[in-house]
Design a protein around this ligand. Structure first.
Ligand SMILES: Cc1cc2nc3c(=O)[nH]c(=O)nc-3n(C[C@H](O)[C@H](O)[C@H](O)COP(=O)(O)O)c2cc1C
Length: 210
């Protein structure tokens, strides 16, 4: 699967088939998580792989938006570990990047996931700390239920040209004339396949008129 297809068809999947997820696949998606960028390459993360039914079923008891986990055969608890790191204040950005990599890698394998937020909600954090015996310096960040989707992955288009500013902040269209690129964006490029975009870029690089 091409990366752009994975990005555009990754959806929050909250219904799963009753079918286990092979351990090899969990390893592949964790590897993708750990390949994420982090400040100073500090990698301030830990991951708890949860397949124990009783543990999974206990989660909605303290997290109000996690009922999908009752159906999920597995989940990954993504944790932050800023302690002693060079850039501790960036930990949540680092761990977010790892979380998104996991979602995309799972999509590539045909697995369904959903980012269930924990940090910085205290009640949720306390619940995870207790259930999974986390040391005090480890911060539960997000839960990612993982399973085979009961349904499809739909592409959505959330592109909003009005949120893009050219060269500097502009609140009005009349602030400065748009470049050709921005005019095209606002008209809406047709979504093209990567191979077509590469051919187009190569064509332009060689100085050919577009
Ligand atoms: C920080 C964060 C926290 C979220 N928390 C929850 C959650 O607690 N429960 C849930 O069902 N979905 C949660 N989501 C998923 C969003 O609802 C979902 O990403 C959004 O509606 C867009 O849908 P999509 O993921 O299918 O593109 C969370 C997403 C993010 C990024």
């Amino acid at each position: 699967m091409e990366l752009l297809d994975a990005i555009h068809t990754r959806r929050s999947i909250r219904k799963y088939l009753s079918k286990t997820v092979p351990e090899e696949m969990i390893e592949i998606i964790l590897k993708a998580g750990m390949a994420a960028p982090s400040a100073g390459n500090q990698q301030p993360w830990h991951f708890i792989v949860i397949t124990d039914r009783a543990s999974l079923d206990a989660i909605p008891g303290f997290h109000p938006y996690s009922k999908m986990v009752l159906q999920a055969p597995a989940a990954i608890l993504v944790c932050g570990d800023p302690n002693g790191k060079k850039w501790p204040t960036f930990w949540d950005q680092d761990v977010s990047a790892a979380t998104q990599n996991i979602l995309l890698a799972a999509r590539d394998l045909g697995l369904g996931t959903v980012w269930v937020g924990i940090y910085p909600e205290k009640d949720r954090m306390d619940g995870f700390r207790k259930l999974f015996a986390l040391p005090d310096h480890i911060i539960p960040f997000a839960l990612i239920p993982v399973g085979w989707p009961d349904g499809g992955f739909d592409a959505v288009n959330r592109f909003r040209p009005e949120l893009i500013h050219q060269e500097r902040w502009q609140s009005k269209k009349s602030d400065s004339p748009d470049s050709c690129l921005f005019q095209s964006m606002k008209r809406g490029f047709k979504l093209r396949k990567r191979s077509e975009l590469q051919a187009h870029a190569e064509h332009r690089r060689k100085g050919a008129p577009t």
